[in-house]
Ligand binder design. Structure first.
Ligand code: OGA
Ligand code: NI
Length: 341
């Protein structure tokens, strides 16, 4: 695979195989920011305002499936170093990036363009991606790239901080749902995949997408956005743009949190649009279950008036189904619902 967009392999107009069918194209690229996507000040959660913060998080997760967090405690210096390293990663010479490229499905640490299904997909996505697991750190860090030279150290420190932040947010969510303390502190959040997206400037943003409409399969996602817009969330049938807020993280509910909360929290569909003047790099920390983890609606949320709306399953069964239905991920949840008739 030598077709990375970040190598400048495509110049001029948008090739045919990046053009989406009209009904999937972004439409109006200038949709307003969803200023109603809640911004939560986590500093307040340390004080008497904690229950207030919890309520805001629960409301945002029910209504939007998305919120942003500020004053989250992660050092701004570290965040800016990570942004620098990620930019450097995609700016490396083609030969250096080629060493990281693979289309071997069993390889956990790899760079590719568009998606892992490049060879068979109908339309390509306007993005390059580099992904690898990052928790527990000792198990994975030695497999990460040696270039950029600061990558291992910087992304390692950052991954540990983001995992802690995710645990803190999950513990606030657990408390808000009425689950026992530490409910998510086990193999249900035992895996973290770092997925770094790089979207170069695109010659015709109205015809293509950086990522198509999807919901995240995992438990919860913590996203370091760029200062460049691109992320959009589907709310009541309309796309709303997520405003880039300097040094904030975007948090979104994944399918597993929707299932464990027995449908109370919403895993919202989202997508990424491109633009013609600036590249955008984002880092999504996909916190989720280990493969053999058993997932089911939390017992504490089920009684005769609130029957379980999802069955129990092993996470790997979900992932298999998610991978197989990538063309229509909206259908995935259906196959995990309980049969009511
Ligand atoms: C994802 C995702 C959003 C972005 O990686 O699942 O939705 O802004 N990324 O890159
Ligand atoms: Ni996503």
């Amino acid at each position: 695979m030598d077709k990375l967009l970040s190598n400048g392999s495509i110049v001029g107009s948008l090739p045919e195989d990046y053009v989406f069918p009209p009904e999937l194209r972004p439409g109006n690229l200038k949709i307003p920011f969803g200023s109603n996507i809640p911004v939560i000040d986590l500093h307040e959660a340390n004080h008497e305002a904690k229950s207030n913060t919890i309520q805001k998080i629960i409301n945002a997760s029910e209504e939007f499936g998305f919120f942003q967090v500020i004053n989250h405690g992660i050092s701004l210096n570290l965040m800016s170093e990570v942004r620098g390293v990620l930019k450097e990663l995609f700016e490396m010479p083609a030969e250096e990036k080629q060493k990281l490229c693979s289309n071997d499905p069993s390889k956990t640490c790899k760079m590719f363009t568009s998606s892992v299904n490049y060879a068979t997909e109908k339309v390509h996505l306007w993005r390059d991606n580099f992904r690898h697991p990052c928790h527990p750190l000792e198990q994975w860090q030695h497999l990460w790239p040696q270039n950029p030279t600061r990558y291992r150290e910087c992304v390692g420190l950052f991954s540990v901080e983001v995992k802690k932040l995710a645990s803190r947010i999950l513990s606030l969510i657990g408390e808000g749902l009425g689950l026992k303390c530490g409910y998510f502190d086990n193999d249900v959040s035992g895996s973290v995949l770092l997925s770094i997206n790089h979207y170069p400037p695109c010659p015709e943003p109205s015809l293509t997408l950086g990522i198509t409409k999807h919901s995240d399969p995992n438990l919860i996602t913590i996203l370091l956005q760029d200062h460049v817009c691109g992320l959009q969330v589907l709310k009541d049938g309309n796309w709303i743009a997520v405003e880039p807020i300097p040094n904030a993280f975007v948090v979104n509910v994944g399918y597993q949190l929707q299932i464990i909360s027995n449908g109370k929290l919403r895993s919202a569909e989202h997508r990424v649009v491109t633009n013609s003047h600036e590249s955008r790099t984002s880092a999504a920390f996909l916190v989720g279950p280990t493969n053999d983890c058993l997932i089911e609606p939390a017992q504490a949320l089920i009684d005769e008036h609130h029957p379980a709306i999802f069955r129990s399953f092993k996470y790997k069964e979900f992932l298999y189904c998610y991978g197989a239905k990538l063309d229509d991920v909206g259908k995935v949840l259906k196959s995990f619902e309980t049969h009511k008739n």
